[in-house]
Design a protein around this ligand. Structure first.
Ligand SMILES: *Cc1c(COP(=O)(O)O)cnc(C)c1O
Length: 431
């Protein structure tokens, strides 16, 4: 029952079911009515600094006027058209320009509409690739702590966690190897070599350099390169899931840029449109694409979505890419990376700080905690503390991370760092 003059949050609670939210106990959602730059404003005009880019999607700040203009222009010209048997300028131009910046070898763009779907597409392509080439390779290898999305195929190649427990028995079997974090590189490579010897491995899917949902877990380009070499030697397809790492986050346009061995397929979403529209991309090289060209129609890739290559989403993607490639944005990426490094060095030695990790614009601070899970109370304590400071930071258990839009100012970055220092003091006082 709604009260007489219900607030937006109360009306929300009456009709909406939120993602990743225990609706029985969750506090009322924060009613955001507008955004500008790195800031979000609520109904009462309270300001929030978006230090997590609204679930890692926003690159250039909220309601960016240039993207808004390009999207509006597209909306007035062509809002949507079926993408089987038809095409349109935004999809073609965006594909051309993506191929221009993607890791070497990528030559075909398959559109979908989110990160999980980009992963579904890549898995189906990889599986069918081996069937089309009449090779009996079926198994997928993934990292033990990986996250590739919430649909069934994406869940199957993600770590088995409490989040997916109800569905475990429905997920196809996947071989997991350890992430080659510093000091553990040999274990990973040995596990991969053992699996590769069987000759049954069709593909290896990996989050290059940074495993986001695992808690911004990081490993070196060398460690990844060694794993990818083993895959190459055994003719295992390489799938880089750059849904989170893409578009400058790691300090280069793609995390794969740091790695010598290039992927056969790449999954993109999140920053793909600068956080404006839902869009997914699965790109591949000619080797994959060629395996589907045949007079026999059964070799076709039978997959598509109603909103595939939506023109408005492609226009947002083009506008976001224009902004990303501007020298000022590239300078910002370097500026954020350098400031992160300075802050990381200053916080590393403080009590209760277990580890500090950084890759480009992504900074993660792991606090000591006995109950290291998403469900630990520490997580809520830290989240609420940041919100009180007007900073949006969503801890993953005892891990706090920053993944800011590139327009974040030095003053705003300092505000985030101060909040994190406040957390460190809070934790030190707790125990
Ligand atoms: C977020 C994410 C996905 C899933 O993307 P959605 O658009 O949320 O479905 C897949 N892979 C990685 C690495 C991600 O971070």
């Amino acid at each position: 029952m709604l009260p007489e003059n219900p607030s937006l949050a109360q009306r929300d609670q009456n009709v909406i079911w939120h993602p990743y939210t225990q609706m029985k106990t969750a506090p009322l959602p924060v009613p955001i009515v507008r955004g500008e730059g790195a800031l979000l404003f609520d109904e009462a005009d309270k300001v929030y600094l978006d230090a997590v880019s609204s679930w890692w999607v926003n690159l250039h700040g909220h309601s960016h006027p240039y993207i808004a203009e390009k999207v509006a222009e597209q909306l007035r010209t062509l809002e949507h058209v079926i993408f089987a048997g038809f095409t349109h300028p935004a999809a073609v131009t965006f594909a051309e320009r993506l191929i221009g910046i993607l890791p070497e070898g990528q030559s075909r763009i398959f559109y979908s509409d989110n990160g999980s779907t980009a992963v579904e597409v890549t898995l189906k392509m990889a599986i069918q690739y081996w069937q089309n080439t009449a090779t009996p390779k079926k198994k997928i290898v993934a990292f033990r702590d990986s996250y590739h999305g919430d649909t069934f195929g994406a869940m199957a190649v993600s770590s088995r966690s409490t989040f997916t427990a109800p569905f475990w028995s429905y997920l196809f079997e996947v071989d997991f190897i350890d992430v080659p974090v510093p000091g553990r590189e040999n274990e990973s490579i040995n596990q991969l070599e053992t699996l590769a010897q069987t000759g049954e491995i069709a593909a290896f899917i990996y989050e290059p350099l940074v495993l986001g949902t695992a808690g911004m877990v990081m490993y070196t380009p060398d460690a990844l390169n060694n794993l990818l070499r083993v895959c190459q030697q055994h003719n295992i397809l390489l799938i880089a899931d750059e849904v989170m790492t893409g578009f400058g986050r790691t300090g280069s346009t793609f995390a794969s840029d740091f790695v010598e061995v290039k992927p056969d397929m790449v999954c993109l979403s999140k920053g793909l449109t600068g956080g404006t529209m839902a869009l997914g991309v699965t790109s591949c090289n000619e080797k994959i694409y060629d395996a589907f060209l045949h007079d026999d129609k059964s070799k076709t890739f039978f997959h598509g979505h109603s909103y595939t290559a939506n023109p408005v989403a492609c226009a947002a993607g083009l506008a976001s890419m224009d902004l990303l490639l501007q020298p000022e944005t590239q300078e910002s990426i370097n500026r954020i990376s350098q400031r992160h490094a300075t802050f990381a060095a200053s916080i590393k030695q403080l009590p209760k700080v277990q580890q500090v990790r950084q890759q480009g614009t992504i900074l993660a601070i792991e606090f000591e905690d006995t109950a290291t899970s998403y469900f630990s109370n520490l997580r809520d304590t830290l989240y609420n503390f940041a919100m009180e400071q007007g900073v949006i930071l969503r801890p993953l258990g005892n891990i706090i991370y920053i993944i800011p839009p590139y327009c974040i100012t030095n003053e705003q970055l300092d505000q985030v760092y101060q909040t994190i220092l406040g957390m460190q003091q809070l934790i030190s006082a707790l125990k």
